[in-house]
Ligand binder design. Structure first.
Ligand code: AVI
Length: 328
């Protein structure tokens, strides 16, 4: 009698070391304008606060994208096909992939995230919810090129990059990130990606300035994290959250603004802030459908299909590798 094969859970832990945070924070605060990379938002508290942002009435991207995925699931799964290796860089709580897993039934789901504890918890939950799907979780910084372990040759690779996380890269960085993804899913794979659309700035400004102040907490948690992990003495009360749409650059910018003249110590080094001086903590680029198609084409993808919501707030694109498109 044949025993059905059991799905497996594998966890590769390559969590970036403290020295990454140390070196990047110090060099970011020494540059002008000062900047800290948004990837450092996501310690355990930051990941929890981000999940809470997604529940606020103002932050439309999460629920809008989930509705787009759910409303078009048959067409999406026709494009992706079953039994693939489904790779999700920056998987967080893997909330959106849950909409897909039932319909797509990948051979293996590979969540990749920088926040190791959260990743392992979510991977275990998924294996319980979908005992038929292998889960191979990988704790790495997905903004660097990803070297996938060897998988059976015939496993088609599809990347899933929801949430408009692509908007957190500058456009030239987005092209190089997507080029890495194209190399990873080459030659016959695809990319399902969520992209926030350009729209009335008042909707955008509200989404990053929720009235409960959760986005402000998320932004300031960066200072709490640096205090804890780098032996620093930022006073959160003396920094203000500021987020606004920069129409010329097509992006939301988030900053932390010093309320007063102050000196902060990080690991024995002094940093002087004058009142009104800012630390740039995040960009969130917004794209029209055509702008985004052009960007993905530069990275070696070919547009296949795009889905949106009735209010045209958000888009979900499916691309395939350009070489595969040319040969079919
Ligand atoms: C993860 N990323 C796509 C979010 C965004 O909208 O840029 C992060 C975020 N920052 C503030 N609110 C949400």
């Amino acid at each position: 009698m044949n025993t059905p094969a059991m799905a497996s859970l594998r966890f590769d832990d390559h969590q970036p070391t403290l020295s990454n945070l140390h070196d990047e924070v110090i060099s970011g605060l020494n540059q002008r304008p000062r900047a800290i990379q948004p990837k450092f938002f996501y310690d355990e508290t930051g990941s929890r606060l981000f999940d809470a942002i997604c529940e606020t009435p103002e932050y439309y991207p999460t629920r809008t994208e989930i509705a787009i995925l759910a409303n078009n699931i048959n067409e999406i799964s026709d494009h992706i096909g079953t039994d693939c290796l489904l790779i999700e860089p920056g998987s967080g709580s893997s909330q959106k992939v849950r909409v897909l897993l039932e319909a797509i039934r990948p051979h293996t789901y590979m969540p990749i995230d920088i926040s190791g504890d959260h990743l392992l918890t979510v991977a275990k939950e998924l294996l319980i919810e979908h005992p038929e799907i292998n889960v191979h979780a990988s704790c790495i910084d997905y903004t660097a090129p990803i070297n996938l372990p060897a998988y059976p040759e015939n496993l088609r690779r599809v990347a899933f990059f929801p949430g408009s996380s692509i908007g957190n890269f500058k456009p030239h960085q987005a092209v190089s990130f997507l080029s890495n993804i194209a190399a990873m899913v080459h030659p016959d794979g695809g990319l399902l990606i969520g992209v926030d659309l350009k729209k009335d700035p008042s909707i955008l400004n509200a989404a990053y300035n929720d009235t409960e102040g959760i986005t402000a907490d998320f932004n300031k948690n960066l200072l709490t994290r640096i205090n804890r992990e780098l032996n620093a003495d930022f006073d959160r009360q003396q920094f203000e959250h500021r987020a606004f749409y920069n129409a010329a650059k097509g992006r939301i910018e988030m900053h932390l603004i010093s309320r007063i003249d102050q000196t902060v110590h990080i690991d024995g080094q002094r940093f002087n802030f004058s009142a009104g001086e800012n630390i740039h903590t995040e960009n969130s680029y917004k794209y029209s459908i055509d702008e985004f198609k052009a960007l993905a084409c530069q990275a070696g993808f070919e547009p296949v299909r795009v889905w949106t919501d009735p209010a045209q707030l958000f888009s979900v694109h499916y691309f395939r590798c350009a070489a595969a498109a040319a040969s079919s």
